[in-house]
Design a protein around this ligand. Structure first.
Ligand code: AMP
Ligand code: ZN
Length: 666
C-alpha cells in the first residue's frame, strides 16, 4: 500500500477506536493493540512529514509547550447561570418566562450541571480550530494545544455537521480518574490534589501539553452557538452533537412541565453519587430555541435557563478561634478558624461569620462545635451551633472593638450590618488591599507582581498607593527579598505594560466602592472619560441605566476626596487610559437617548444581537418585556403574538428592522 493511504487508513481506524473507547465507553480493541497501531502511525508520519494532518490521533500525546496563552474574544459571550434552590424559585422562573412569551406551552430540557471548567470549542468544516476558556465571559485564553490532547474531544467530526459553529462544554476529571491521579502522586511522595474541579481547571493552563495528555480529562458538551444552524430545540442540539462524535451525557431528559423537572431534580439529587463525575445540580433549559431567542439574556445569564442547585452538603467541626479580616474598603469580617474538615471534596479550615449580628444571633463561641455548609463555590458558612457539645466553661463572644491592623476604633453606620475600619489612609491592610485590587487580573492585570510583592513593596516604603507603582525602577526593586534581576525587570515591565489597559478597567481598578466590573463598563460607556465622570452629580449618575443611588453616592464621594483626585492626576501623567479609545468610541452616539426598545422575532439584515448592540451604542436601552415605559417594539418575523397584542393595547409603536435602521441613519 502507498504510504499516504496507509497513514490515512490508520488514522481513520484509530479515530474510530478512540471514539468507541472515550466517547461511547465501549472499547473495541485492547490498549496494547491500540498503542502498537499508534506507534506504527507515528513512525509512518515522521518518515512522511509531507502528509501532516492537524487532526491526526498522534497529536493527542501532546508535546507542544505554550508559554503565554493568547487572549481571545468570544464571538458569542459565555454567560453564567442563575441559580434556584426550591420548587418556588423554579415556579417563579416559569412565571417570568410565561410573562415574556405570553402563556405558551413550554417544554424543558433537563441536564446535569457538570462541575469542571467551561470551554468553548470552535469547529470549521468539521475540524477543531480553537478551544478557549470562559475567562470573564467576554474573552478567555486560547488553550487549543492542551484541549487537543483530551481524547473525548473530536479533532474531526462525522455526519451532517454545520460548516461553522461553537460548541460549549465542561472539562472534567472523573472521580475514578482523579483518585488514580492522586494514588500516583502519593506513591511518588507528592501532595495529593484537593478536588477534581480545580484540578481539571488547572490542567487547562499547564504549559506543557504532554502533561495535560497524561491527565484523565474528559469533555462533556451541552450547547451549540452559531448562525444558520438549522436546529430547533435544545434536546435536538444534544442529539445532533452526539451524532457528530461529541461526548454528550445521555442522562438529559425532555420534560413537559415543571413537575417533570422537579422529578428529574429529585431523582438526581438522590443518585448523584452514582455518577462517575461530580455534579452540583441540574440545568433546566427552555427547549425551543426560538423561545430562547425571544427570552434573551440579563447582564449575566440567559433568561431561558436556570441552574437548580442540589442541597448543600453539611458537616460539623470545632471552631478553634475567631479572627478578623479587613478588606480594601475597610469592611471588617469575622472569620471562623475551624478544625480542618472534609466537606464536598475539599478540606475546609475557615468559614465566614459575616458580621457581629450573625455571631450574636447564632450565639457562636470559640471552642463550639458548629455545623458548616458549602454551596457551590461560595466560601463555607456556619449555619448553627451544636449546643449539646458546648464546653461548660464557655464564654460569650465579645466582638472586636478595634482594627487589629491599625488599632483604630471600629465604626458601624446606622442600618449597616458590617463594622469597618475608618482609617482608610493609614490602615496598612486597606492600603495594600487597594493596591492588590489595582494590580489584579480583572483590573490592571500587572504581570510579574503578586499580593506578596505588594506587601513587601509597602513594607519597604517603596509604595504608599497605586500611583507609586509607576515610579518603581529596577534598581529600587532588586534589593528586595526574593527579587532577582529578571523578576525585577518583569515587574517594572508589567507595570509599564498596564498603561495600555482600557479605560473601563482602569476605572474598575481605582477601587471605588460598589464600582465592580460591570458598573465600571457602564460608567465608562456613559461618560467616556474620567473628567466627565468626576463632574457628574448624583442625580445625573442615577439617570444612567443600572446605576442606583448607592453607587452614585459612592462615586461622588470618591471624587470629593482631594487625595483621590491627586492620585488620578498623577496616573494621567504616567500615561494610563482615562478615556475610551477611538475604536471604542466608533459608532457611539446619543441618537436614541432616553428611548427604550423591546426586540422580538427573527431579523434579516442584521442579527438580533447586533440590533441590540446598535441600540445601546446609540444611547438607547434594551428591555426584555413590554411596559408603558417602552418607546418602540422592533418586530421581526415570527414575533410572539402576545408581545404584539400587548404593544397594541398600550399604544406602543411597532416598527420593522428597516424602519429602525432608517431612524438611526436619519
Ligand atoms: P455558574 O458558573 O455557577 O454561573 O454556572 C454556569 C456554568 O455552568 C457554565 O459556564 C457552564 O460551564 C456550567 N455548566 C455545567 N453543566 C452545564 C450544562 N449542562 N448546561 C449549561 N452549563 C453548564
Ligand atoms: Zn485598620
Amino acid at each position: 500500500m502507498e504510504a499516504e493511504q496507509q497513514i490515512n487508513a490508520l488514522r481513520e481506524e484509530l479515530r474510530e477506536h478512540n471514539y468507541s473507547y472515550y466517547v461511547l465507553d465501549r472499547p473495541t480493541i485492547s490498549d496494547y493493540e491500540f498503542d502498537m497501531k499508534l506507534k506504527n502511525l507515528q513512525a509512518l508520519e515522521s518518515a512522511h512529514p509531507e502528509f501532516y494532518d492537524a487532526t491526526s490521533p498522534t497529536l493527542r500525546v501532546g508535546g507542544a509547550v505554550t508559554k503565554n496563552f493568547e487572549t481571545v474574544v468570544h464571538e458569542h459571550r459565555m454567560y453564567s447561570l442563575d441559580n434556584s434552590y426550591s420548587k418556588e424559585d423554579l415556579e417563579d422562573w416559569e412565571k417570568r418566562i410565561q410573562r415574556i412569551l405570553g402563556n405558551v406551552a413550554v417544554e424543558y430540557t433537563c441536564e446535569l450541571k457538570y462541575d469542571g471548567a467551561s470551554i468553548s470549542l470552535t469547529y470549521e468544516d468539521g475540524k477543531l480550530i480553537r478551544a478557549v476558556t470562559r475567562g470573564d465571559g467576554f474573552q478567555g485564553d486560547d488553550v487549543t494545544t492542551n484541549i487537543k490532547t483530551i481524547p473525548s474531544v473530536p479533532l474531526k467530526l462525522k455526519g451532517d455537521y454545520p460548516k461553522k459553529f461553537d460548541i460549549r462544554g465542561e472539562i472534567i476529571l472523573t472521580l475514578e480518574g482523579f483518585a488514580q491521579m492522586n494514588r500516583e502522586r502519593i506513591a511518588k511522595g507528592e501532595e495529593p490534589y484537593m478536588n477534581p474541579r480545580n484540578t481539571a481547571s488547572g490542567s487547562l493552563k499547564l504549559q506543557d501539553s504532554a502533561l495535560v495528555a497524561q491527565r484523565p480529562l474528559e469533555c462533556l458538551l451541552y450547547s451549540i452557538v452559531g448562525e444558520n444552524l438549522n436546529l430547533t430545540t435544545q434536546f435536538e442540539v444534544l442529539e445532533k452533537a452526539r451524532s457528530w462524535g461529541f461526548k454528550v451525557p445521555t442522562v438529559a431528559q425532555l420534560c413537559k412541565s415543571t413537575d417533570d423537572v422537579l422529578q428529574f431534580v429529585e431523582h438526581w439529587d438522590g443518585h448523584r453519587h452514582d455518577l462517575p463525575y461530580e455534579t452540583d445540580g441540574v440545568v433546566v433549559k427552555v427547549n425551543t430555541l426560538r423561545y430562547q431567542e425571544e427570552l434573551g439574556y440579563t447582564a449575566k445569564a440567559p433568561r431561558w435557563a436556570m441552574a437548580y442547585k442540589f442541597k448543600a452538603e453539611q458537616v460539623s467541626s470545632v471552631l478553634n478561634k475567631i479572627t478578623y479580616q479587613v478588606g480594601r474598603t475597610g469592611a471588617f469580617t469575622p472569620v471562623a478558624n475551624l478544625e480542618p474538615v472534609l466537606l464536598a471534596g475539599t478540606t475546609v479550615k475557615r468559614a465566614s461569620l459575616h458580621n457581629a449580628d450573625q455571631i450574636e444571633k447564632l450565639d457562636i463561641r470559640e471552642r463550639d462545635t458548629v455545623f458548616v455548609e458549602k454551596g457551590g463555590e461560595i466560601i463555607p458558612k456556619i449555619i448553627a451551633v451544636d449546643f449539646t457539645k458546648r464546653p461548660s466553661d464557655s464564654k460569650r463572644t465579645v466582638y472586636a472593638a478595634q482594627c487589629p491592623e491599625c488599632r483604630s476604633p471600629l465604626i458601624r453606620n446606622l442600618g449597616e450590618a458590617q463594622h469597618f475600619c475608618p482609617n482608610d489612609v493609614g490602615c496598612p491592610t486597606q492600603i495594600t488591599g487597594r493596591i492588590q485590587h489595582f494590580i489584579s487580573r480583572k483590573a490592571m492585570d500587572i504581570e510579574g507582581m503578586g499580593s506578596e510583592t505588594v506587601e513587601l513593596l509597602f513594607k519597604e516604603g517603596l509604595v504608599q498607593n497605586y500611583a507609586d507603582l509607576y515610579t518603581l525602577t529596577k534598581e529600587a526593586v532588586m534589593p528586595l527579598e526574593r527579587m532577582a534581576e529578571k523578576s525585577a525587570e518583569n515587574l517594572v515591565n508589567g507595570v509599564a505594560a498596564s498603561k495600555a489597559i482600557p479605560f473601563e478597567r482602569v476605572l474598575f481598578a481605582l477601587g471605588i466602592r460598589y464600582v465592580g466590573e460591570t458598573v465600571a463598563k457602564k460608567l465608562a460607556k456613559a461618560y467616556k472619560n474620567i473628567d466627565a465622570l468626576r463632574l457628574a452629580t448624583e442625580e445625573e449618575l442615577v439617570a444612567v441605566d443600572e446605576i442606583g443611588g448607592r453607587i452614585a453616592e459612592s462615586v461622588v464621594q470618591f471624587f470629593a476626596v482631594p487625595e483621590n483626585r491627586e492620585i488620578i492626576e498623577r496616573l494621567k501623567t504616567y500615561g494610563l487610559q482615562f478615556s475610551l479609545s477611538e475604536a471604542q468610541m466608533e459608532g457611539q452616539t446619543e441618537k436614541l437617548k432616553g428611548q427604550t426598545f423591546v426586540v422580538s422575532g427573527v431579523f434579516e439584515a442584521i442579527s438580533r444581537n447586533d440590533l441590540k448592540k446598535k441600540i445601546e451604542d446609540n444611547g438607547g436601552k434594551v428591555a426584555s418585556s413590554i411596559s408603558s415605559k417602552t418607546s418602540f417594539l422592533v418586530a421581526g418575523a415570527n414575533m410572539g403574538p402576545s408581545k404584539k397584542t400587548k404593544a397594541e393595547n398600550l399604544g406602543i409603536p411597532i416598527i420593522s428592522e428597516q424602519e429602525f435602521l432608517d431612524k438611526l441613519n436619519a
